[in-house]
Write a protein that binds this ligand. Structure first.
Ligand code: FPP
Length: 235
């Protein structure tokens, strides 16, 4: 969700105004993606590196998160949206943590749509946390050294139970991954758009999905093999 700060600066507004507008985009993108049949959405809302921002901006972002969760709870319940998080959320301020816990518990039974918020998230930190948990599982004899595999390791990532992302969209013209789902996005398609996050709308999402639909995902195979499998599945 990149470009909130620039959106505000272009209008001579404080950066936090960009983040406020960014929250409106969050609402819009959830609605549009549901309409388009998307079942899972992960938003990179606060990276482990974002603590380096000015304190008042960090505080304002945490406040916005708390307010957003309070306001949306009814909508989540009405639309059967399950909330979950990835990241070291135990390090977030108490107010945000409480509201997250409350929303997660109130929506845990829903299966129509999963909204995952990446909060205090960083891929490298996630790998370190997973490696620590995996080592403990090995030491406890829950996993035999000969049985080490991506499958058993990935159960210790924050994303355990979530499928890998099919499509990663980054707004605002930046073409970096910035420590986001580095392992999970191994086979993801990427769409980079110059649109700033506060301006990102239903049409932009439709365009990104159309672009995704045009891509051929080969997972190491040849085009011919993929077409043959597709043909076999259709007949
Ligand atoms: C990136 O724009 C945006 C963020 C670091 C924060 C996104 C957070 C929110 C919109 C609020 C809380 C989250 C939810 C899910 C309600 P930037 O500030 O890096 O923009 P810039 O690169 O133009 O400066």
């Amino acid at each position: 969700m990149d470009g909130n700060g620039r959106w505000a600066q272009q209008r001579g507004l404080p950066r936090i105004e960009g983040h406020r507008r960014g929250v409106e985009t969050v609402r819009r993108v959830i609605d549009s993606s549901r309409e388009f049949g998307v079942r899972m959405l992960t938003l990179y809302a606060f990276s482990a590196e974002n603590w380096r921002r000015p304190q008042d901006e960090v505080g304002a972002l945490m406040g916005l998160l708390e307010l957003y969760l309070k306001r949306e709870l009814q909508t989540f319940v009405k639309n059967r949206i399950r909330l979950r998080t990835i990241g070291r959320t135990q390090e977030l301020p108490a107010g945000a943590r409480r509201q997250l816990q409350h929303t997660i518990e109130a929506t845990q039974g829903f299966e129509d749509y999963t909204l995952t918020l990446a909060l205090n998230y960083g891929s490298r930190g996630e790998v370190v946390d997973a490696a620590r948990a995996y080592a403990a599982a090995l030491a406890a004899g829950e996993v035999a050294p000969d049985d080490c595999s991506w499958e058993s390791f990935s159960r210790h990532l924050y994303t355990a139970g979530l499928p890998d992302p099919d499509l990663v969209i980054r707004t605002s013209g930046e073409t970096r991954l910035s420590n986001f789902l580095l392992l999970q996005a191994a086979y993801a398609e990427f769409v980079f758009t110059p649109v700033l996050w506060p301006d990102f709308g239903k049409d932009d999402l439709a365009q990104a999905l159309a672009e995704y639909a045009r891509r051929e995902r080969r997972y190491g195979k040849t085009s011919e093999q993929c077409r043959a499998t597709e043909h076999a599945q259709q007949h």
